[in-house]
Design a protein around this ligand. Sequence first.
Ligand code: GLY
Length: 554
Amino acid sequence: MRVLLLMLLSFSVTAGSPEKSAIASAHYMATEAGHQILAQGGNAFDAAIAVSSTLAVVEQQSSGIGGGAFWLLHRAKDGKNVMIDGREEAPNAAFADMYLDENGEVNRDLALNGPLAAAIPGEIAGFEHLAKHYGKLPLSVSLQPAIKAAEEGFPAYPRIIKTIERKAKVLKRYPASAAVYFPNGQIPKEGQLIIQKDLAKTLKAVAKHGKAGFYEGKVARKMVKSVQKHGGIWTLDDLKNYTIKERNPITTNYRGHQLVTAAPPSSGGIAIATILNILSAWDLTAMNDDEDRAKRIHLVVEAMRRAYRDRSIYLGDTDFVDVPIQLLTHPYYAAGLRAGISPHKAMPSALLPGINDNPKGEDTTHFSIIDTEGNMVSATLTVNTGLASGFIAEGTGVLLNNEMDDFSAKPGEPNAFGLIGDDANKIEPGKRPLSSMSPTFVFSEDKVAVLGTPGGSRIITMVLLGLLDYFDGNEVHSWVQKPRYHHQYLPDKLFIEKDALDLKTIEALKAKGHEVVEHKGRWGNMHAVSWNKKTGEVDAASDPRTTTGSAMVK
Ligand code: GLY
């Protein structure tokens, strides 16, 4: 399989360089930080550290140094594509049934809130790895914008204020969390500065000592002490032993386009490859008119249903379980799945062989970068659900993730995203929980696309719909705006964003047997950049669904 992957990875972009750099992220201060570092002589990988660390300060509801990330990299000089896996890892004392109560039921509070929900973070180890192996600048330079933002504060904005309101009860349990998120004892008002002095100190320790400034020494001791005091199970060894892993991305072809996307422990790349392999037999672009729209959506949804079924059965951390990657991404396997799809009728999920809502996009974040050398980064970062475990370790400013909930706490039992799983994704010490984060590159004859989004279980289908829009010939602004629909095998429902589909299409989908559920709101926060290799032009776009997104070509 390794040989096959290497063969698939051997293509490279053959073209001149982009005329300018492009960055799209979920917050204007992060996009600005990335461009600032490029202007100081950094490359896309240094900029990725600046964007990630600034998001960790100003968009803590979505990602942070107490969380993890996948950075998908393309290095222009040798065409290397690699996924830096900075995913969180279960602590050594973790065990399969750790969230089950005396009746064998999952204790959702323990799985989601407080330090027992937190896996060992990976983001800081990722920064050091990126700087050492791919960047040009030291961390003391690329972390500067984040340190400044933590020290001097950033203005509160509606998305973070809403998440603080939703998570208020949990945040109030922990004094260090309350001190940051309730300045003067109140939920911050729009524009009020959120200042994080402890976080600035922790970032400075990393700027000075690299990864050791976080995983060892004073910061590590403070985190472990605070975690254990509040019922968590981290040890100093858990932190010291955390390492970054380089993964071969998942690659696939779709009607002449070459895709490079997330490897396990993400499920995203495999699911997207399966879906596109199934769909490759149909000319979806020709099904965009009023007459055929329902037919197109029906086929896409049937492919989604099957890929998420496979996710629930087969996928987990490949360091612990054998994931049949070659099978699941093979065109002949997809042909078998396709053969079971009726163009006229929805297949109930219960009829598919296999095991037996509704977060939006506040969890997780994504950014995309192209620099003038043609280096690219597609990065999705997370602390899991909005404001994560709600627990800041005293004296460190580090808000801990609640990524343990991405494991399957009990076979067949839905997690916070309604996703079910089996043994492949059960909790084991040192294992990384299965993710849906799907940072992706597409290399086409004349164009390159870099895209991704937050949104829990819907990340995969949002990236897929962005890709289909790109394959239809549309530009970056269209991919991020496109109305969204989603099917994840179970629950057996076709979710659509508010006003995503017209009545006629909805009726046609119902007639095919789909239970269509229209959401009150919209979901996702996609940030994408593109490069036209013929003209050298680059472009960037941020999802219009949120207010702070920032896409800038410079
Ligand atoms: N925590 C969301 C994901 O990794 O899929």
